[in-house]
Design a protein around this ligand. Structure first.
Ligand code: 23J
Ligand code: MN
Length: 262
């Protein structure tokens, strides 16, 4: 195939369904789980609100529309480098200034669902990633890396999703050495199916919240609350993860879409 008809071919395969679009996005609404930071950080994101303006009534006879209360870091969402202090100086680290060329890229899906089911505090290590690469192929520059935990099966219930007790939230995530390994490969970003890119207990790691700290220090992106990763192959799919162009935004809800060859 010549490069000039590659897009034509893609277009045809999308139309025939030979390439399927998998929706890696959770429903966004009043029941969407919200991150609960400990009380020493007084403020949290409010719950999603959807307020009707009109629905073919006296406030709008021909039209239906709503307005919303919505956090940048709510539901299936994107973390921009400016979200973390380590990424604060990147002029291209905001939702309106980042390089959109980086947002659509091959995606590696590392299945940690069994281990995370057995242990909600499961941490993905570089050794696990390296053995995954031996089985599936290497992770390359510019690619997305997603940690599949099937945590989306808990997303209908905030308590199940956050999985907190007196010792704080318990959910799987990456180790420092895992992130350092992935960043050495110059990935574009890291994604999780949990409330944030870090493990529930990551506040006690060194550095605290290493996914946020290290990804954004390297001008890389984070994805959180991803859904349906069990419908993706370990390799070969393309992920589209585009934030809204919020002015000086630190993140944004996204519609995360994966192109998968049937
Ligand atoms: C603010 C502070 C800590 C964390 C987070 C936000 C997130 O997880 C997020 O949504 O980026 S851990
Ligand atoms: Mn976030």
């Amino acid at each position: 195939m010549t490069s000039s008809n590659l897009l034509e071919n893609l277009g045809l395969k999308l139309l025939t369904g030979e390439i399927e679009i998998v929706d890696c996005t959770a429903i966004l609404g009043p029941d969407t789980p919200i991150l609960q930071l400990p009380p020493d950080f007084a403020k949290n994101t409010p719950k999603v609100e959807i307020h009707k303006i009109s629905e073919y009534d006296q406030d709008g006879p021909f039209f239906a529309w709503n307005w919303m209360v919505l956090g940048e870091h709510t539901g299936t969402h994107f973390d921009a480098p400016h979200h973390w202090i380590t990424g604060k100086d990147f002029e291209d680290g905001y939702t309106d200034t980042l390089s959109i060329q980086r947002l659509i890229a091959p995606v590696n899906v590392i299945d940690c669902s069994e281990a995370s089911n057995d242990n909600p505090d499961f941490l993905l290590t570089s050794d696990f990633v390296k053995s995954w690469e031996e089985a599936n192929g290497s992770i390359n520059k510019g690619e997305w890396v997603l940690m599949r935990t099937d945590w989306d099966k808990r997303a209908h219930n905030q308590d199940l999703f956050l999985n907190a007790n007196e010792t704080g939230p318990h959910s799987p995530g990456p180790t420092v050495d895992c992130l350092e390994y992935l960043l050495s490969k110059e990935i574009v970003g890291w994604g999780s199916q949990c409330i944030g890119t870090d493990a529930g207990q990551a506040g006690g790691m060194n550095p605290p919240f290493p996914a946020h700290n290290l990804l954004h220090k390297n001008n890389c992106f984070g994805l959180a609350s991803l859904a349906n990763l069990d419908k993706l192959p370990p390799k070969g799919a393309i992920l589209i993860a585009a934030p809204l162009k919020i002015e000086r935004g630190t993140g944004s809800p996204i519609r995360a879409l994966a192109l998968v060859q049937k």
